[in-house]
Structures are given as C-alpha cells and as structure tokens.
Design a protein around this ligand. Structure first.
Ligand SMILES: Cc1ncc(COP(=O)(O)O)c(C=O)c1O
Length: 420
C-alpha cells in the first residue's frame, strides 16, 4: 500500500500553519469589523487601522458605494457569464481597458480577474522555454509562482542591487545567446513589505547595454506615485520604457480585479494567450463599472492623493523624529523595524491593539531576518492627524516597554511554549 497522501498534512501544517494554535484569530486571520475606514472594530474594541491597502480611502467613499450598489442592482453579480473570449466580453470591459491604458500612458490594456493569477499567467504567456527570466529575490509570491511555470532558465538578483542585476543580466545574455531566446526582467514598482521602489530608472538604463524587456508589477505604485498617479514608472520618468505594466484594483482602487498594459501588439497577443483569462469567467460587470467610477475619481480628484501623501509624510516624519527606524521606504508603505524575538513581537502587538487601540500588521522571521520585528503600516487618505498622533504616542510607549524588557518578561511563557 502507498502512503496516505494526507499523512504529511496531519503531521505538518506548513510554515504558517504551525503557528495556528498560538496565533489564529488574533495575529493570523484576525477579524476587523465595521465599515472599512481609519477606525474599525477588533474583538469589540475600536482600533486605528493601519493594515488596509485602501490608499485613497475609496473603499467606503459614498460615491463609490453608490456606483457599486447601482451596478449591483443593474447587473447582479453574474453578468456577464463565460470567459472573455467566449461570452464574457462587453463594451464596458473595452471602455475600461481603453481608459486604463490612457491613464498609464500605454497603447492598450487587458483586464485580469485577479492580480495574482493574472501576474502568474502573464509571465507564463510572455516567455517560452528558450527565454531567460531575471527577477528580484524579494519579488511578490505571484511573480515567484509565475516564474515557477517557466521551463527555461531563471536568475534572481539581490534585492534592488544594481551590481547583482547587471551580473545576472550578463549570465542571462550568455544563456539566451546559446538558446536563441530573449530576456524578461521583472521588478516591482514598489516592494510591498519595505516600501522601496524598484530601481526602474537604473534597470531601464541597462537596456542600452543588454537586450531585455521589462515587466513591472506596480500594485502599490498605481494611484499613489507619479504626478498623475500612473505609478512608479511615472514617478521615475521611465513609464514609456516599461514594456509590460501591471497593477491590481485591490489597493488604490479598493476593489477586485487587475490589468496589464503595453503596446497594442503585445496586448493583442496576451489576450489570446493568457490562460487565466481564456479559461476563467470574465471580470463581473459590477467590478467593471465600479472600476470605471474609481478611475474617474483617480483622474479628477487629485486631492485624494494629496491627502494620502500629507498623512504618509506626517506619519513617516513623526516616526523618524522619534528615532524609529523606518528603513528605506520610498512610498506610502511605512515599515517600523524593532529589535526583538517572535514571542516579544506577539506581546508587543497585543499591547498595541488592546491598550493603545492601534492595529497594524506584524512581520517576523523568516520574511525578515531573525531578531527583527517589522510593524508594517499603510497610511490612507482617510486617516486623520489625530490617528497619526495617537499612533506615534503608542509607538513611543511600546518601544520603551520593549527596551526595558517588559515584553521579554511577559512573553516568557509564550517563548517556552514555542521552544524559543
Ligand atoms: C505586489 C503585488 N502583486 C500582486 C498582488 C495580487 O493582486 P490581487 O490581490 O489583485 O490578486 C498583490 C496583492 O494584492 C501585490 O501586493
């Protein structure tokens, strides 16, 4: 008899699942309740929410809620049925694509049901086995999974490290010359954990020396960076040199769905070859109409982005003035690095939530080096100066308790349970 497939699952719940008993419901799968906003409820208490990617505060904006409700009333949640190619294509899908392409200064765009699948599928469609992929080692899981499908060579470069990028481009060039393929470089516009922008300008400059195409996942840059909000490429003055641009609706657009944008010929190829769209139901109309409304607001309400950046600057400046290490962020993503163990981090976050009413995400080893705690905050246009000041005071208090050993003492039993 062969082994039961589930045997390994019974024994090992995976790298995150192993924390379930200690963390589920609080640190992992917490339930935030009430309307999406700067303050929500967690376990019955009001908290300032710093963990929602609603950059422009659109999620609960009355105009957005109205547009979503009207579209729901008009179309229900089924329309249109079928994949785009078969029976799921409409004028509004086309209109949204044209408007998105215009907004990000590309010839054409194509809608994706989900950013994650769309990225995987776009990478899959862009390369064949003779091609070589060169990508940042800190890439988002959707890039890593897209690369996993690739049957040819791939090289990772050290995060945002130009020497490493060039070294790997040299390697890739050698392989591609032998195989007869081309090179795809993939970077994020903004790296979502630490907030650094991808070195797009410098990567583009390397096009003079090496022959490659650049694919940028700008999930966090779209709507937040650049003069018009067109993203990290616009911010760095290289939007036209990004060969394929990607953004999701899950952040600034406060919705679901995503798109890619590129030259018309490339989009025409992709729309016939993106397996995630060819073999899956079309983006539902409520989301399409909702995205048209949101895009209209991105274009015509620059005050949303201005408010977002006022808040980002106040929070980041305030943290720096109080001596916090916020790393090298160049975006709205605001990381705070503290020194401590995982058990200390757990007690610290509990203190933040229970006693200070501050809810932010916590990131620990193996995502960041052992001994570091990363508290990640996402300021939005709906935060207020009061939220920021309360949070800064809370941070000063938790740092004091971390440094004077309070959390170490309080976490001794958790540490013992975890075998730390
Ligand atoms: C960098 C990046 N790429 C892609 C995605 C996936 O997008 P979606 O949520 O639309 O699947 C995310 C997360 O939302 C992301 O942060």
């Amino acid at each position: 008899m062969t082994k039961d497939l589930f045997e390994k699952i019974y024994k090992n719940k995976g790298p995150l699942g192993k924390w379930a008993d200690l963390a589920e419901g609080y640190f992992i799968f917490p339930k935030l309740e009430g309307p999406i906003s700067n303050r929500m409820k967690f376990q019955g208490k009001e908290v300032i929410t710093w963990s929602i990617n609603d950059y422009l505060g659109l999620a609960n904006h009355p105009e957005v809620r109205k547009a979503d409700a009207e579209a729901g009333e008009k179309y229900g949640s089924a329309y249109p049925m079928g994949a785009r190619m078969m029976s799921g294509h409409t004028d509004l899908h086309e209109q949204l694509q044209n408007e998105l392409a215009d907004f990000v200064n590309k010839e054409a765009s194509y809608l994706l049901n989900f950013g994650y699948q769309g990225m995987v599928s776009t990478i899959d469609a862009l390369v064949s086995k003779d091609d070589v992929i060169v990508y940042d080692v800190d890439a988002h899981a959707c890039i890593i999974d897209g690369v996993r499908l690739h049957l040819g060579k791939r090289f990772t470069y050290k995060h945002n490290d130009l020497v490493s990028i060039e070294k790997n481009l040299q390697r890739a060039t050698k392989v591609a010359k032998e195989s007869g393929g081309g090179i795809l470089v993939i970077s994020e516009g903004v790296f979502g954990m630490r907030g650094e922008q991808g070195k797009l300008k410098e990567i583009v400059a390397l096009k003079k020396k090496y022959n490659f195409r650049l694919f940028v996942d700008d999930a966090h840059g779209f709507g937040t960076l650049g003069k018009t909000g067109a993203g990290a490429g616009e911010e760095q003055g290289v939007q036209k040199d990004i060969d394929v641009y990607f953004a999701t609706f899950a952040k600034s657009m406060a919705s679901t769905g995503a798109f890619i944008a590129a030259d018309e010929e490339i989009i025409n190829y992709l729309k016939y070859n993106l397996r995630s769209q060819m073999f899956a139901k079309s983006l539902q109309m409520q989301l399409v109409e909702g995205a048209l409304k949101r895009l209209d607001m991105l274009r015509n309400m620059p005050e949303l982005k201005e408010k977002l950046w006022d808040n980002v600057n106040a929070l980041q400046q305030g943290l720096k003035e109080r001596g916090f290490d916020i790393g090298t962020t160049q975006s709205c993503v605001t990381p705070v690095y503290l020194k401590g163990s995982i058990p200390e981090a757990m007690v610290l976050v509990k203190d933040l939530r229970e006693n200070h009413g501050v809810f932010c995400s916590i990131v620990v080893y193996p995502v960041i080096p052992k001994g570091l705690i990363l508290l990640r905050m996402i300021p939005t246009a709906s935060h207020t100066m009061e939220d920021i000041n309360e949070t800064l005071n809370a941070f000063s208090s938790i740092r004091e308790r971390l440094e004077n050993g309070t959390y170490k003492r309080l976490s001794a039993s958790v540490a013992a349970a975890m075998g730390e």
